[in-house]
Write a protein of this length. Structure first.
Length: 391
């Protein structure tokens, strides 16, 4: 089971759910295999971006940023690829900035960077550092960022706009007003994220973003997992372990955006705050746990693996809605029981998870030379079956 994140003293006990970092003490690193698989196609996009970004003068360091790093394990491959890409073109020092919420487990992050055999640290003249603040604000100096990366994190909202009265995931709620409120919050947060990155990015820079995607009807995938979580919460209420007023507040501050929602800030002109979309695609990632189950027939392992994914990502936020501190014996007991119940429900009826993902490459307008090398930032972008292509 995931070790629970420590209590967050700035959040009053019994408040509505708040957005919290992923599970601490390496739990997210151990329970994010599905995310690692899903981000793999975007690493190739990051490598392509590293080959064409406009680099700073040799007297200045190259800045690479990782927005939403969590424990860091899933950052090692993409950031390593980015470093190798720019190293082929320049030898100046590289500053790698890992960002996350202030309460993120930065100890695990830096232990991972220094000790993991897959770390990028064997590269010379690379200097990692961390920033603990929401990426919905400006985090870096203006015009300093050469290459940016963010995987999975932008689906987490700055704050939930409302309680979800009938589910843990808003896309599966029957409450139209709640779904609308979440869509509006997600649109506002996406604009804030883009605006902050635009200030930070140098001319000719690139930002690669991987996010959970949604169909045009708002369906977010992972339905068996989210249904199992809601059924388990209601079961805990029935058993008297959880209060009903707590359960209705335990909706995830999380939103999967459709292609149209991701593209909306760029409008008909294809630009927003000096940024343009170079690439936007959606696809369904592989459910490796299902493939493993098909091979072994072990339903209990299938359920436990998916319950671990849910616990590592969602439990720190859900725990903030409890009327007891997140690390209290009561809260720990509730979350442990919830993980067991989710695992049991998924094991009882194994189903392949649909895992919709969107990959986005954003460019900051550069000089004419960079435009010619990259094919230009202002080509018309059209959408076909969820894939944005230059035409």
């Amino acid at each position: 089971m995931c070790k629970r994140s420590p209590a967050r003293p700035e959040i009053a006990i019994g408040d509505s759910v708040q957005t919290a970092p992923m599970a601490a003490d390496g739990a997210y690193n151990r329970n994010s295999r599905i995310q690692a698989v899903g981000l793999t196609p975007a690493v190739a996009l990051l490598e392509q971006a590293a080959a064409i970004v406009e680099l700073p003068d040799t007297a200045q360091p190259i800045v690479i940023a990782d927005f939403g790093c969590s424990g860091g394990r899933n950052s090692l491959t993409p950031i390593g690829a980015a470093i190798e890409g720019v190293r082929r073109r320049a030898n100046q020092p590289i500053n790698v900035v890992h960002t996350d919420l202030p309460d993120n487990d930065f100890s695990t992050l830096f232990n991972t960077i220094w000790t993991d055999p897959n770390s990028y640290m064997p590269q010379p003249a690379v200097f990692p550092m961390g920033i603990g603040r929401s990426f919905y604000h400006q985090l870096l100096a203006a015009n300093s960022l050469t290459l940016g990366w963010s995987s999975w994190a932008v689906a987490w909202l700055s704050a939930p706009p409302a309680a979800i009265p009938d589910h843990v995931q808003v896309s599966y709620s029957a409450d139209a007003a709640t779904r609308s409120a979440y869509a509006q919050q997600a649109a506002s947060d996406w604009i804030d994220f883009l605006a902050a990155r635009s200030v930070e990015m140098r001319a000719g820079s690139r930002l690669v973003v991987v996010v959970p995607a949604a169909d045009d009807d708002g369906s977010a995938g992972y339905r068996p997992m989210f249904d199992a979580a809601w059924a388990s919460l209601t079961g805990l209420v029935h058993d008297g372990l959880l209060k009903e007023e707590e359960a209705v507040q335990m909706g995830m501050p999380h939103f999967s955006r459709s292609v149209a929602e991701l593209a909306a800030p760029f409008g008909d002109g294809g630009q927003f705050a000096g940024l343009t979309i170079e690439h936007l695609e959606t696809f369904n990632s592989t459910d490796e746990f299902w493939d493993e189950y098909q091979s072994t027939g072990n339903a209990e392992t299938f359920g436990a693996r998916w319950a671990g994914i849910f616990a590592a990502g969602a439990f720190p936020s859900l725990a903030t809605a409890l009327h007891s501190p997140p690390d209290s014996p009561r809260s720990v007991a509730i979350l442990d029981r919830l993980e067991v119940e989710v695992a049991a429900r998924l094991a009882a009826k194994p189903e392949r998870m649909r895992i919709p993902v969107a990959n986005i490459v954003l460019a900051k307008q550069g000089d004419d030379k960079n435009k010619r090398e990259s094919g230009g930032f202002h080509e018309r972008i059209s959408v076909t079956q969820g894939l944005y292509k230059k035409s």
